[in-house]
Design a protein around this ligand. Structure first.
Ligand code: NAP
Length: 285
């Protein structure tokens, strides 16, 4: 058996097409989704991400503001900018690019973003709403993971999903979203015993650990859906996932490549969240 490649680029392009159409409709009603992105410092990776977000806004017809601040920016100044954006009617989503310089407390910054503009889905109230199953802005990468699984045509209800990695931004929210889809979820982490055996029972395997090519075919049940969230820069400059893609191809039913799998979905889900926030701000469903 050779696994089907889950093409995150194609799924992302199709969702962006739908968003674009919706934006045209909203603009006719005088509504223009607006996203503000704040970058503090010179981290090269962060600069690339912020550039991609700005580009996506332009492509989709959003209003966009990018605030590029020096790494000497004080927490007070950053919080003042967030407060200003919280009160700015043409901004529906605020994203502070992480990581922040060490002298700024990430938690204080995330807490300061208005819940309804928290398009990253990191605010504790949004995290809590996700936990109890209330309406919330979903964290982008986990939402992208679920969307990719859905696009394989798989009904997650009753399936055994194994999530390797329990970070607040990926593993934990992915597990909550899988439970919402009625999957039976097992979480694995660095202290899990017999992880290979557990992983091998998964109908759906989501890997988010930050270890290049860690998961090979010995972790995969024949026919399983494998979603690789990992993004690891190798010494040769190439990007690698947490899953050894070529090795699992012969065993898995469907698998995401890196690049071109989960990665493209993250910004698309951010754009979708901004659209949702804009609609809600104008009293639309
Ligand atoms: P993280 O905060 O470092 O968390 C890693 C998790 O993996 C932890 O829960 C850790 O366990 C677990 N882990 C580490 N080594 C392990 C091992 N050998 N066996 C089992 N579990 C292990 O990482 P993250 O932020 O979730 O990111 C994970 C990966 O996803 C990274 O490669 C990151 O670049 C990528 N990522 C991609 C996107 C995207 O848009 N595609 C977005 C976010 C992250 P403990 O809790 O026990 O320490």
């Amino acid at each position: 058996m050779t696994a089907v490649k889950i093409d995150g680029k194609a799924v992302s392009a199709s969702i962006r097409g739908q968003i674009q159409e919706e934006v045209v409709g909203l603009k006719k009603q005088g509504i223009e989704p607006g996203l503000a992105v704040i970058l503090v410092g010179e981290d090269p990776g962060s600069k690339v991400y912020v550039g991609s977000k700005e580009k996506a806004c332009i492509e989709l017809g959003y209003y966009s503001e990018v605030h590029r601040l020096p790494d000497t920016t004080t927490e007070e100044a950053l919080l003042a900018l967030i407060d200003q954006l919280n009160n700015q009617a043409n901004i529906h989503g605020i994203l502070v690019q992480l990581p922040l310089p060490k002298h700024i407390h990430e938690k204080s910054v995330i807490d300061a973003i208005a819940v309804e503009k928290d398009v990253d889905g990191f605010h504790p109230i949004n995290v809590g709403n996700l936990m109890i199953g209330d309406d919330s802005l979903l964290p982008c990468t986990p939402a992208g993971v679920i969307e990719l699984i859905k696009r394989t045509g798989t009904d997650m209800a009753g399936k055994h999903a194994v999530v390797i990695g329990r970070s607040n931004i990926v593993g934990k929210p992915v597990s909550m979203l899988l439970q919402r889809e009625n999957a039976t979820v097992t979480m694995c982490h660095s202290r899990t015993l017999n992880m290979r055996e557990i992983s091998k029972q998964a109908d759906i395997l989501v890997v988010a650990i930050g270890r290049a090519n860690f998961v090979d075919h010995t972790y995969v049940k024949p026919g399983a859906i494998v979603i690789d969230v990992g993004m690891n820069r190798l010494d040769n400059g190439k990007l690698a996932g947490d899953v050894d893609y070529e090795d699992v191809l012969e065993v898995a039913g469907a698998v995401t490549p890196v690049p071109g799998g989960v990665g493209p979905m993250t910004i698309t889900m951010l754009m979708q969240n901004t659209l949702i926030a804009a609609r809600r701000a104008h009293g639309l469903k």
